[in-house]
Design a protein around this ligand. Structure first.
Ligand code: ZN
Length: 142
C-alpha cells in the first residue's frame, strides 16, 4: 500500500522546534502552507512556508487558533498560490500521537496534522475518510 508523505526541509523543522520552545510549557501551533501532489492514490504534501499562530487556549494540553488568525493565514496562503498542507502543534507533556480532542478536530480539518512530542519526536497523521486515523511518512529534505 502506498503511504502519503510530508516533505519538510531541515530549516522548517528547526522553525517548528523553535515554536515549541517559545510556547513551552503551553502547546505551540502553526499552519503549514505548500503544495500537494497526487501520485496515483497517494499524496505528497510539501511544506514551503510556516505560519506561526498563537495558541489562544494558552494551555499545555490543548490548542485553539483564533478565527481572525485562520482567515489571515488562508488569505496569505491563497495570495501565494499555495495550499494549506498541514496543521502543526506540540505536546509539551505527552507523546506525538493525537489526543481525543485532536481526533475530533482532525475530522473537521482533514489535512495532515503534525505533532511534536515531549521527547522531540515528530509524527504526522490524517483522517482517512471511513478508515480512521492514518500515519504519514515524514521525509526531511535539504
Ligand atoms: Zn494535540
Amino acid at each position: 500500500m502506498l503511504v502519503d508523505r510530508i516533505v519538510i526541509t531541515h530549516r522548517w523543522l528547526e522553525a517548528l522546534r523553535k515554536i515549541a520552545e517559545k510556547a513551552y510549557p503551553n502547546e505551540g501551533c502553526a499552519l503549514l502552507a505548500g503544495s500537494i501532489e497526487a501520485d496515483g492514490s497517494s499524496y505528497t504534501y510539501k511544506i514551503m512556508k510556516i505560519i506561526e499562530v498563537e495558541n489562544s487556549d494558552r494551555s499545555s494540553i490543548s490548542f485553539s487558533i483564533r478565527d481572525e488568525d485562520l482567515i489571515n493565514a488562508y488569505e496569505m496562503i491563497s495570495r501565494s498560490n499555495m495550499e494549506l498542507v498541514g496543521i502543526f502543534h506540540t505536546h509539551p507533556f505527552s507523546n506525538a500521537y493525537p489526543s481525543g480532542k485532536d481526533l475530533r478536530y482532525m475530522q473537521i480539518n482533514p489535512v495532515p496534522w503534525i505533532i511534536l512530542g515531549e521527547d522531540g519526536e515528530m509524527r504526522a497523521f490524517i483522517i482517512d475518510e471511513g478508515k480512521g486515523v492514518k500515519e504519514l511518512r515524514l521525509s526531511i529534505s535539504d
